[in-house]
Design a binder for this molecule. Structure first.
Ligand code: 6R9
Length: 634
């Protein structure tokens, strides 16, 4: 059997950075040279230049107990100090966040405002008995308090664990129990498409399932009646009110815990990914929007932008509330320069139609980012033409909760980009694509993505489970970090991400990635989004089953289905022709917008489904079950 992943899709379009982008680039190609010459020296310089230290480190990397690496381990610092205090003297009046609530209320928060809010909450948490090292769960919507809470924890040395506001009471309780969190910060509710997500009620239910929580701090947001238990529950506004707006930042060691973030396991127990202080800050400031319950929110809404003293726009609600123009109206209103989103959102924008972005002035944009899934070349082109007006650099950024910051991405203004490719590793990052024996594959070949040398913002362990850390990430090949993603080099050596290794299909002995078949489908003019899986098949071992959503108001029929099959065959070869195609209104996705292929496999193979409540759109599942069982094979 062929052990490598097939290379089916070719991309010839190449976009050189414009003169303007070249001239305005923050990065320089010297970064690559420096990092190549001496990787540790490169990271040391980044850490010394970007961080304000209480005590500068003398050591860069301690690999004596690999894979439990330590970075800058005798250094001392505080992240909240780096995000706030150090900017106050010269830039206290600079806006840190323009915040806009879903109902349309707004706040303009300067660095000084944020500093004061953080200090007050820090003091309030201390008054509740929180000490350095304690774990705090944060279960909030996208309101300013989520940032204030994270930074207050960082200020007093508590470890935050942000749990997605959409997660159920059980999911919250699991995460509280795993971290043994002592306090939860929540709100009465969160706004989502005009409806209230009952956060406090969920917390009350989760507290039936855990004994660790001593205090609950409740932000008033949606203002419906909620239960408040005497001696346990406190209104946020009331406990911060009397506090001083000054709070001395705790001196933290570089390797003290900063946060735990749980990867959204759907069946297995979620893994608490552990990040520490200085290496993480080095990584995110070097690479420096999204939701705070996702790692993107931690690194590129909070720590990276604040430490780098930039201004962010933070929006509370759904991108189509009250209508599909909402994000573009925000871009116009706040003259946004950088827009970072996920392929699933781009494909939704495509489906909604170009009239929405066209209705607004988007000329302030200069950099467009994508993260979370492979971006299909057609989605990339659409983004480039309709959002970027062919003037913006597009960066497809590959990274994971575990990596802490962006690892593989073009450098805007420097790298020539190809639609759909993450291009190559950033300076200081040593990524490789290997075959099953651990040997690097050549140009034009596919395999498994791995990282050869440690990097500062890497995860340090799985919380409370060192063995799982080693088993999951360091056990496939000696000394290599295993990312769990398939990838290939094209003939020019550009890196293409091919989706999770577990999703790779085995069709008559050929290993075919879901990403390439999906991109071929999305390249058809009628298709907005596609999900592809291998379902068991008597003849070929596995057969390709596809699920597609259509652009605009298109409705599909048998003719379109056979046209799509032929289209895939023409584009990437007959081996990749889907055996069945189901047209659907939506695809099941996680809260961060990743298509749940495993669930589609269960549906296709008519297995009983587990808990689907962590999905963003659980209601689509039963419709899909009906449609899948009605669909005909070729
Ligand atoms: C940041 C984030 C990590 C997984 C990762 C991969 C997928 C992320 C991607 C991408 C292709 C990209 N992924 N970025 N795949 N191209 N630019 O998403 O973290 O939620 O932990 O997910 O997401 O499969 O392994 P996380």
């Amino acid at each position: 059997m062929n052990e490598k992943i097939e290379n089916l899709l070719n991309e010839d379009r190449l976009f050189e950075p414009s003169e303007e982008l070249k001239n305005n680039a923050n990065a320089t190609s010297a970064w690559f040279k420096d990092a190549e010459k001496d990787r540790l020296e490169y990271w040391k310089q980044q850490a010394l230049n970007r961080i304000t230290w209480f005590k500068e480190p003398t050591e860069v990397l301690d690999d004596s107990n690999a894979p439990f690496f330590k970075w800058f381990s005798d250094g001392e610092l505080n992240l909240s100090y780096n995000c706030l205090d150090r900017h106050l003297e010269t830039d206290g009046d600079r806006v840190a966040y323009y915040w806009e609530g879903e109902p349309g209320d707004t706040q303009e928060i300067t660095y000084r405002d944020l500093y004061e809010r953080v200090c007050k909450l820090s003091n309030a948490l201390k008054s509740l008995g929180v000490q350095k090292g304690d774990r705090i769960a944060i279960y909030l919507g996208m309101t300013p308090e989520i940032v204030v809470s994270m930074l207050a924890c960082a200020r007093i040395g508590a470890v935050h664990s942000v749990v997605f506001g959409g997660f159920s009471a059980e999911a919250l309780a699991d995460r509280i129990n795993d971290a043994e969190a002592k306090v939860v910060i929540t709100a009465d509710g969160a706004w989502r498409r005009g409806e209230i997500v009952p956060l406090k009620e969920n917390v009350d239910n989760s507290l039936e399932l855990t004994e660790f929580i001593e205090s609950v701090v409740v932000v008033k947001r949606t203002e419906q009646e909620v239960n408040m238990k005497d001696g346990r529950d406190y209104w946020y506004e009331e406990i911060v009110e009397e506090q001083s707006a000054e709070c001395e930042p705790e001196v933290m060691n570089a390797e003290d815990l900063l946060y735990i973030l749980y990867t959204s396991g759907t069946t297995a127990k979620p893994k608490g990914i552990v990040h520490t202080q200085a290496g993480y800050l080095t990584g995110v400031t070097t690479t420096h929007s999204a939701d705070c319950g996702w790692v993107t929110g931690h690194s590129y809404i909070v720590y990276g932008p604040l430490a780098n003293k930039t201004t962010s726009v933070m929006y509370e609600g759904a991108p189509n509330a009250p209508d599909e123009k909402r994000l573009w109206s925000l871009v116009e209103k706040y003259k946004v320069n950088i827009f970072y989103t996920a392929p699933t959102a781009i494909r939704a924008f495509m489906k909604w139609g170009v009239e929405h972005p066209k209705a607004h002035d988007l000329s302030s944009l200069r950099l467009l980012g994508s993260v979370g899934e492979p971006i299909n070349p057609e989605a990339w082109m659409w983004y480039h033409e309709n959002i970027g007006n062919e003037q913006c650099a597009i960066v497809d950024t590959w990274w994971q909760t575990e990596t802490g910051s962006i690892m593989i991405s073009p450098l805007p203004g420097i790298t020539s980009t190809k639609p759909g490719s993450a291009c190559g590793p950033l300076p200081g990052i040593d990524s490789v694509i290997i075959d099953e024996k651990g040997n690097e594959v050549g140009k034009g070949e596919g395999g498994y993505l791995a990282i050869k040398s440690p990097w500062p913002s890497m995860l340090r362990t799985v919380y409370g489970d060192d063995k799982r850390y080693i088993d999951t990430y360091w056990s496939q090949h000696e000394g290599l970090y295993f990312a769990g993603d398939g990838a290939k080099y094209d003939d020019d050596g550009y890196v293409w991400l091919l989706g999770r290794v577990d999703d790779v299909m085995n069709i008559s002995g050929h290993r075919i990635s879901t990403a390439e078949v999906e991109s071929a489908l999305v390249a058809h003019e009628s298709v907005a989004e596609a999900a592809v899986i291998g379902r068991s098949d008597e003849i070929s071992g596995e057969a390709i089953a596809a699920f597609v959503t259509l652009i605009g108001t298109d409705v599909g029929d048998e003719n379109l289905i056979s046209e799509l099959r032929q289209h895939v065959s023409d584009k990437i070869g007959p081996i990749a022709k889907p055996k069945s195609i189901v047209i659907t209104a939506d695809l099941p996705k996680t809260r961060s917008g990743k298509i749940m292929r495993r669930l589609l496999k269960d549906i296709s193979e008519e297995r009983k489904l587990g808990d689907v409540t962590t999905l963003a759109n659980a209601d689509i599942v039963s419709e899909l079950q009906t449609r899948a069982s009605d669909s005909d094979d070729e």
